[in-house]
Design a protein around this ligand. Structure first.
Ligand code: ZN
Length: 497
């Protein structure tokens, strides 16, 4: 290790520690902070953001990067590559633009909340227009080869470009739309009313802890707490905080919310502690992160074998609600599909159509092909085309998601990339591990977690998500494994064909 690399690594670790402090502040804000703490907390978080940005963008950082050469060692080279990327992204954007985006998006966030509550798109529109202008400037400052949208998406999914995603999503959409409409015609074949009986929150919480441990979440290196919008925050592989929320009148909310966040948490716990606070100890992208959450939530958590092992225990915990409900009825209920207006409530068949329409719309907003004032009608048209449903108002249409009000353009595609990665990885794991379903039915989950650790988690940011997928599965990302998974599960479930 030469001297300049040692100095560079020290700075990288300082930034990583600040990020962990920031994560802890945010976790606390969304779990235990008393409401009156919000103003001081906002100032604390803003201070952290400035400190991180200053370290990232500093000339001294640029000098260190310039004087440190790659050596062929994967750890060192990954850390240098990511430091260079972060420095470029931070230093190319003028400070006044960074501050402007932060100020405008914090106003936009509260304007959005009010506009959604009042179903008043016109009140949000000027904020969105202003944000789009600033985000275009940010993209120009960062630079891009294809289109401006790529520079924004790169923040969440390093290396992903629209030129690759457009054909991938088109292919997926063309296969999903007929499946969704075929299920839509027979949607009453599954009745999920058993999930809407009474499920006491404290018992649900016990079940969440039990199932979290059953899927190998390490509670000595993590916690489960309550929140409004579930999330996972990590201070490193030995301190991972997951959250969920409880609806006493709907079984799925807490349990599958927990399994989703624990899926994220298992990725964080699987990172190598030796590389904590550095890119080699950091997840490679949001898409790959989402692949882990969706894999555990859906491919494990909504599979029949998983419940063959767990269900009797769940019936004992909820004797009034589930005592007389057969496993088959329960399993079908947790897999009911219904095309609906709201993304966060969507099932795994329709979910990606919500994402693809947002991807198309936000790309058009950034390029200027779609004007803000035409957004509500464009949203309604796509919703009808993709999902067969038309929102009765903007609150359940283009105002439903928080992302755009935060300036998070380019975030949505990571959800669908995650679903596709999940299916492709799961299919490979199933081959390598010889019949995962039989293992789940015996309550054996550990082999799958070890497989994910070995092939995905421990590599940190060494490989870009697409490259990692190709190395592990032998193939570039494609919708085929996901469609095989959906067709294999849902055609029998709904007696199609
Ligand atoms: Zn997630």
């Amino acid at each position: 290790m030469n001297d300049s690399y040692a100095k560079l690594l020290e700075r990288i670790i300082q930034i990583g520690r600040l990020q962990a402090v920031d994560a802890l502040l945010e976790w606390d804000q969304d779990t235990y902070m008393p409401p009156k703490g919000i103003d001081a907390r906002a100032e604390m978080c803003a201070q952290m953001a400035v400190m991180k940005h200053d370290l990232q963008a500093a000339d001294a950082m640029g000098d260190l990067i310039a004087s440190t050469a790659e050596s062929g060692d994967p750890v060192r080279d990954t850390n240098i590559r990511e430091a260079r990327r972060n420095h470029a992204r931070a230093s190319r954007v003028p400070v006044d633009l960074v501050e402007n985006i932060s100020r405008v998006s914090s106003l936009a966030r509260s304007a959005w909340a009010t506009a959604r509550k009042d179903d008043n798109f016109a009140a949000f529109a000027p904020h969105l227009t202003e944000l789009l202008k600033l985000k275009r400037s940010q993209a120009e400052a960062i630079g891009f080869e294809g289109e401006a949208y790529d520079a924004l998406m790169d923040e969440f999914e390093p290396g992903a470009v629209t030129a690759d995603i457009v054909p991938l999503f088109r292919d997926l959409r063309e296969q999903l739309v007929p499946l969704v409409s075929a299920i839509g015609e027979v949607s009453d074949r599954i009745d999920d009313s058993v999930l809407r009986r009474h499920y006491p929150a404290n018992v649900q919480e016990q079940l969440c802890k039990r199932l979290g441990a059953a899927i190998c979440f390490d509670f000595d290196a993590g916690r489960l707490d309550r929140t409004v919008h579930p999330f996972c925050m990590s201070m490193g592989p030995r301190d991972v905080r997951v959250t969920t929320r409880y609806d006493e009148r709907f079984f799925s909310t807490a349990i599958f919310g927990m399994m989703h966040e624990v899926g994220h948490g298992l990725y964080e716990q699987g990172l190598d502690p030796a590389h904590q606070f550095t890119p080699m100890g950091t997840a490679t992208s949001l898409g790959m992160h989402e692949s882990q959450s969706r894999l555990w939530e859906n491919m494990v958590g909504r599979s029949k074998p998983f419940w063959q092992f767990q269900y009797a225990g769940v019936q004992e915990m909820f004797p009034d609600a589930l005592g007389n409900v057969p496993l088959e009825t329960f399993w079908k209920a947790i897999n009911k599909v219904s095309p609906s207006l709201i993304r966060v409530e969507a099932d795994e068949v329709t979910y990606n159509l919500h994402i693809i329409m947002r991807f198309e719309l936000e790309r058009a907003l950034i390029s200027g092909a779609l004007s803000v004032e035409d957004l509500p009608s464009a949203w309604a048209a796509k919703s009808k085309e993709f999902l067969g449903v038309t929102p009765p108002d903007d609150a359940s249409g283009c105002l439903q998601d928080i992302h755009w009000s935060l300036g998070g353009f380019g975030y949505f595609p990571t959800y669908t990339l995650g679903n596709l990665y999940a299916a492709q990885l799961f299919e490979k794991a199933n081959t390598d591990l010889d019949n995962l379903e039989a293992q789940f039915a015996r309550g054996e989950i550990q082999p799958l977690r070890e497989w994910l650790r070995e092939h995905i988690h421990q590599h940190g940011m060494r490989f870009r998500a697409g490259e990692l997928c190709e190395r592990v599965t032998g193939k570039a990302l494609s919708p085929a494994p996901f469609m095989r998974y959906l067709n294999g599960k849902y055609k029998p479930l709904y007696d199609l064909d």
